[in-house]
Design a binder for this molecule. Structure first.
Ligand SMILES: *[C@@H]1O[C@H](CO)[C@@H](O)[C@H](O)[C@H]1NC(C)=O
Ligand SMILES: *[C@@H]1O[C@H](CO)[C@@H](O)[C@H](O)[C@H]1NC(C)=O
Ligand SMILES: *[C@@H]1O[C@H](CO)[C@@H](O)[C@H](O)[C@H]1NC(C)=O
Length: 188
C-alpha cells in the first residue's frame, strides 16, 4: 500500500510539472506596411497591431504563399521540404509532401508532447483538391480540423470539417469565412 501511494505521488508530481501554456497562432496574409494592408482594418489596428510590434526590417526565406506556409509548418527551407510553388506539381499539398514533410510539422510534435490541437482557416493552396486526397485528408497532428478547400475565399467555399465536406454559401451571417473561423475557434 505504501509503495502504491509513493508511486502515485511521483506520477502526480510529474504530471503537475509538465503543465504548459496554451498556444494561439494566428497567421494572416497581405498586411504589410508598404501596401497599407491593415489600413481599412481599424479594429485590428486598435486592438492588436497598435499594441504590438511592427517589423520594419523583416526577412522571409521565400515570399510565395504555399512554400512559405510549408516552411512555417516544418521549420524547413524550401530546398528541403520541396514545396516550390503553389501548384500540386510543385509539391503544394502534393502526395509526396503528405507522405514526407507533412508527417513532421510543429503540429505533430505538439501532439506527441500532449497538446490537444485545433485548426480553422486556409491551410495550403491545393489542400482538399481531388489530386491531393480530397477533403477526407486530415493532416497529421490535428485533433480538430477545419481546413478550407483550396485558396482564399470568403463566400461560396467548402471546408473539411474533420474530414467531411461542409459547404457554405454567401449569407453574411452564416457564411462569412472570417466569422466562421472565429465561431469554431471560440467554441474550441
Ligand atoms: C491606408 O488605408 C486607410 C484606409 O483605407 C486610409 O485612410 C489611409 O490613408 C491609407 N494610408 C496610406 C499611407 O495610404
Ligand atoms: C516534390 O517532392 C518530391 C519528394 O521530396 C521530390 O522528389 C520532387 O523532386 C519534388 N518536386 C519538385 C518539383 O521539386
Ligand atoms: C510549379 O513547379 C512545377 C515543377 O517545376 C512546374 O511544372 C509548374 O509549372 C510550376 N507551376 C507554377 C504555377 O509555376
Amino acid at each position: 500500500m505504501r509503495l502504491f501511494l509513493c508511486v502515485f505521488l511521483v506520477l502526480f508530481e510529474v504530471v503537475c510539472s509538465v503543465t504548459r501554456p496554451n498556444i494561439v497562432f494566428i497567421l494572416t496574409d497581405d498586411q504589410d506596411v508598404f501596401l497599407n494592408g491593415t489600413g481599412p482594418m481599424s479594429k485590428l489596428r486598435q486592438y492588436v497591431s497598435s499594441q504590438g510590434a511592427t517589423f520594419s526590417n523583416m526577412f522571409v526565406t521565400t515570399p510565395l504563399c504555399c512554400p512559405s506556409r510549408s516552411s512555417i509548418l516544418t521549420g524547413q527551407y524550401v530546398h528541403n521540404h520541396k514545396a516550390i510553388n503553389n501548384s500540386v506539381d510543385g509539391n503544394c499539398s502534393s502526395p509526396s509532401w503528405q507522405k514526407g514533410p507533412e508527417t513532421q510539422t510543429f503540429v505533430t510534435y505538439l501532439k506527441k508532447s500532449g497538446y490537444t490541437t485545433f485548426f480553422a482557416g486556409k491551410y495550403l493552396n491545393q489542400y482538399g483538391m481531388d489530386e491531393t486526397g480530397g477533403l477526407s485528408h486530415i493532416p497529421p497532428g490535428w485533433d480538430h480540423w477545419n481546413g478550407l478547400k483550396g485558396n482564399s475565399q470568403y463566400y461560396n467555399y467548402v471546408v473539411s470539417a474533420n474530414g467531411k465536406a461542409e459547404k457554405h454559401g454567401s449569407d453574411y451571417k452564416a457564411d462569412y469565412f472570417t466569422d466562421v473561423i472565429n465561431r469554431k475557434a471560440t467554441t474550441f
